[in-house]
Design a protein around this ligand. Structure first.
Ligand SMILES: [Zn+2]
Length: 352
């Protein structure tokens, strides 16, 4: 996910690094992270500064599409590709609708704070299959609205299919998490994500034919055990999920595996020359393919101790800032702490 821990949230507030409170840090822009003063508590609502950056320049450059929603901002990223952006909540989660001649794929279903299906149905009359970039709360919120949901096979995913209870998500619906208040119809006192059913399991190398458009599924574990990227070779597009976005990338959760992340980012970086743009799951709907190689180099430098991080979140988190993104991790992960990666998680827990 992109959110930041309370501290990150604070950063996010000042620039929205990963934008998120609680165990998660908001995904503020990297430069903002640099400018933000580390602190272990959120004393100022982050929304003010972060919201002032909206809509972000990269999104503003895209064509806006009118939809029957005051919560989702929809942008046309490419022919048949729409970004459904939830910029009014500090995760700034982005789901993507990819439309072929005979079917459509919805890559992520957002926060679950406002119905996404009516937005999707306004964009295409075709049958829609859902697949998630990973199963952190901010990407599966609308899964239960759809009848066909594809998912990778993993204990972690199965655990997360049960939905996340309010006590795991309460920090995501505090007043400071919204630019203009909660979306209509959301009860912030009880907000939780609904359980969902996987109707078909998919695996690395599988392809989805949408009719004149073939999407390849790449399993890229690291951020979570079930992280997925999508590749449209013909149209030279690569959806990176939370494995890469232009903001603080969250690599601090108990289910994060830095060894796996390095392998995955290296794999994606090899694809960079063959694509013209990245479509990430937070903040901006487009990013430069060259960032993948930069991230590959950056995470290696971080793990080798060649760059200095700034303590966050009361010291449990470390932020390493680079020109176009940041890496948010913990000393425990850098020290090699491993968890089994099988327990489900909303993605908001921080590995100490
Ligand atoms: Zn995310």
């Amino acid at each position: 996910m992109k959110t930041l821990s309370p501290i990150v949230a604070l950063l996010a507030a000042t620039a929205c690094v990963g934008c998120a409170p609680k165990g998660e840090t908001p995904r503020t822009d990297a430069p903002a992270a640099t400018a933000a003063a580390p602190t272990d508590s959120i004393t100022t609502p982050p929304a003010a500064t972060w919201c002032a950056q909206l809509p972000r320049a990269a999104n503003r450059a895209l064509t806006r599409v009118d939809v029957p929603s005051t919560w989702f901002e929809v942008y046309r990223v490419d022919d048949g590709v729409f970004a459904l952006v939830e910029s009014q909540q500090w995760q700034e989660a982005i789901s993507y609708l990819v439309v072929g001649r005979t079917g459509a794929l919805l890559f992520d279903t957002g926060l679950g704070m406002s119905p996404i299906r009516p937005v999707v149905e306004a964009l295409t009359p075709l049958p829609v299959r859902v697949l998630n970039s990973h199963t952190h709360y901010d990407h599966v919120g609308g899964n239960a609205e759809f009848g066909e949901v594809l998912a990778v096979e993993s204990p972690y995913t199965r655990d997360n299919q049960r939905g996340f209870p309010h006590e795991n998500l309460d920090s995501e619906v505090v007043p400071a998490s919204f630019c203009h208040g909660a979306p209509a119809g959301l009860d912030t006192a009880t907000f939780q994500t609904r359980a969902w059913t996987a109707t078909r399991r998919v695996a690395d190398g599988d392809t989805l034919d949408l009719g004149g458009r073939v999407i390849e599924i790449l399993q890229v574990p690291g951020h979570t055990p079930d992280a997925v990227a999508l590749l449209d070779r013909a149209n030279r597009l690569l959806w990176t999920g939370d494995t890469y976005y232009d903001a603080p990338v969250w690599l601090f959760a108990p289910e994060t595996d830095l060894d796996a992340y390095e392998r995955s980012i290296a794999r994606l970086a090899q694809l960079a020359p063959s694509v013209t743009r990245l479509l990430p799951a937070h903040n901006t709907a487009v990013a430069e393919p060259a960032r993948l190689g930069e991230m590959k180099t950056a995470i290696r430098a971080v793990r080798e101790g060649k760059v200095k991080g700034v303590a966050e979140g009361g010291g449990s988190q470390l932020v390493f800032t680079f020109p176009h993104f940041a890496i948010l991790t913990t000393q425990a992960l850098l020290d090699g702490t491993r968890t089994d990666g099988k327990a489900g998680s909303s993605g908001l827990k921080v590995l100490p």
